[in-house]
Design a protein around this ligand. Structure first.
Ligand code: HEM
Length: 488
């Protein structure tokens, strides 16, 4: 029997001819009554949805997460309730600053967003391949992203804009150091680590809270592209990372990451802050492994490619606000900003009912009083649509987060943090951790874009490298001089 199916209109009406428009006479003009032609052209005009305002280019895959170690003393989240427990996941990797058609090998952080379809709703760990971020206050995010995108007049990317911002935001130095190291050009998505980056919290059955940072360690080993190869691939194979991930899964080489956690009580963090001067909720800082060792939690494996890129990878809508009972947030200002940003972006990018699409819908029953709106898929039937209905309604039955909250003090004000923190020690530590050869790559990777910025920006940025480590500043200066840049 033939595998070919009868072509229909979107309303299911069989189409007899899909090659010839209905015309008045063999040469036309065409007739308005050709509804099939009109529907085909109209739908085509509406095929695109807005690309993500950041992380527009990405690749996705399905898989599973399996618990290998017991952390149920710290969290009552059901997905961690037993060793061997398996939860389905969807992961989307991405670059950050480029458009949907941009090259996968650009120097850029990589997004690493994981959705766990748990029986208590979706947990989204929306992280990057870096444990820190460029800024610590979300009010700076739109400005920062504008400098990573195109100049409003020339429509060109601009090293001048990027380093103008970074040089005036010294808290960015830690991640700038990582970005311009070889980790800024990972070899596809399989050979990089992932980080939840923020501090989140875990809450156990007794209602006790600990704070947590999540890590995903690649089982494939870290592999980076040299700057030259990354640049060459951007021209010859701009979809390099998509091809690599899709191909590996098609060939049964399922990539894996070990999920690990750094866990600390409020008191431990307070003591650490007194000793180091670092705010444990500052996203520009990491918790050193020596102070907070990594605990293994489980294994993430990707084993299935999506069947339809648009339906699944383009329409997936992650949000750091999606945490399940047994988890909570932290005072990290960046996390607080993100709790708002994602759902809001998706209401615009995908639509009011984006959570109803197959890739976004939780794999557990959903009962709420939100109704209607464009493109409603759920059929709530006769279920009441208001709280406190006398019978057969929905109500919180005591199974929710049970988060007792954390104490806060201080005035509600725009507290100016500029110049108050130590923006240089951790950046210097990262630099000192690099082997000499890696430091040399860092100098050269920085010297390229820095050779294009104004003397004032260059002076400001070099002063930051000097403060992190004298050898850092000296190395970048030498690389600039090799390129013929005069430094006063
Ligand atoms: C205040 C800071 C931030 C804001 C306001 C922000 C905002 C956004 C927005 C609006 C999107 C697009 C969402 C969509 O249309 O689906 C996005 C995507 C994303 N962001 Fe952020 N972001 C921030 C910081 C971060 C940080 C610190 C990380 C990593 C630790 C991160 C990781 C991601 C990832 C991985 C995606 C892509 C998710 C996907 O694959 O669909 N963002 N961000």
């Amino acid at each position: 029997m033939s595998k070919t199916k009868q072509l229909t209109t979107a309303s299911g009406i069989p189409v007899a001819d899909n090659q010839n428009s209905i015309s008045a006479g063999p040469r036309g003009p065409l007739l308005l009554q050709d509804f099939h032609l009109i529907e085909k052209l109209q739908h085509f005009n509406r095929e695109r949805i807005p690309e993500r305002v950041v992380h527009a280019k990405g690749s996705g895959a399905y898989g599973s997460f399996t618990v290998t170690h017991d952390i149920s003393a710290h969290t009552k989240a059901q997905l961690f309730s037993a060793i061997g427990k398996r939860t389905e996941v969807f992961v989307r990797f991405s670059t950050v600053g480029g458009e949907r058609g941009s090259a996968d090998t650009e120097r850029d952080p990589r997004g690493f967003a994981v959705r766990f379809y748990t029986e208590q709703g979706n947990w989204d760990l929306v992280g990057n391949n870096t444990p820190m971020f460029f800024i610590k206050d979300p009010i700076k995010f739109p400005d920062f992203v504008h400098t990573q995108k195109r100049d409003p007049q020339t429509n060109l990317k601009s090293s001048g804009m990027m380093f103008d911002f970074w040089s005036k935001a010294p808290e960015s130095l830690h991640q700038v150091t990582m970005l311009f190291s070889s980790r800024g050009t990972p070899d596809g998505y399989r050979h990089m680590d992932g980080f939840g980056s923020h501090t989140f919290s875990l809450i156990n059955e007794a209602g006790e809270r600990v704070f947590v940072k999540w890590h995903l360690r690649t089982e494939q080993g870290i592999k980076n592209l040299s700057a030259e190869l990354a640049q060459r691939l951007a021209g010859s194979d701009p979809d390099y990372a998509q091809r690599d991930l899709y191909g590996a899964i098609e060939h049964g080489q399922f990539p894996r990451w070990e999920l690990r956690a750094q866990i600390a009580t409020q008191q431990e963090l307070a003591r650490w802050e007194t000793r180091t001067g670092w705010n444990p909720f500052d996203l520009t800082k990491v918790w050193p492994h020596a102070d907070f060792p990594l605990i293994t939690v489980g294994m993430l494996e990707l084993d299935r490619n999506p069947a339809n890129y648009h339906a699944e990878v383009e329409q997936v809508a992650f949000s750091p606000a999606n945490v399940v009972p047994g988890m909570g947030y932290s005072p990290d200002k960046m996390l607080q900003g993100r709790l708002f940003a994602y759902h809001d972006a998706q209401l615009y990018r995908v639509g009011t009912n984006h959570q109803q699409l197959a890739v976004n819908a939780p794999r557990c029953p959903v009962h709420h009083q939100q109704r209607d709106g464009a493109m409603t898929i759920y059929d709530h039937g006769a279920a009441p649509n208001y709280e406190n209905v006398s019978e057969a309604g929905t109500a919180p039955l005591g199974f929710g987060h049970g988060d007792a909250g954390w104490p806060v003090t201080g005035s509600a004000a725009r507290h100016d943090e500029r110049g108050t923190g130590d923006d240089f020690t951790q950046a210097g530590n990262l630099f000192r951790l690099m082997p000499m050869e890696e430091q040399q790559h860092l100098f050269e990777n920085l010297a390229g874009p820095l050779s294009q910025v104004s003397p004032a920006i260059l002076k400001r940025q070099l002063a930051h490298f000097d403060r992190a480590d004298a050898a850092y500043g000296a190395g970048v200066r030498a690389a600039l001089e090799k390129r013929g840049v005069l430094i006063d």
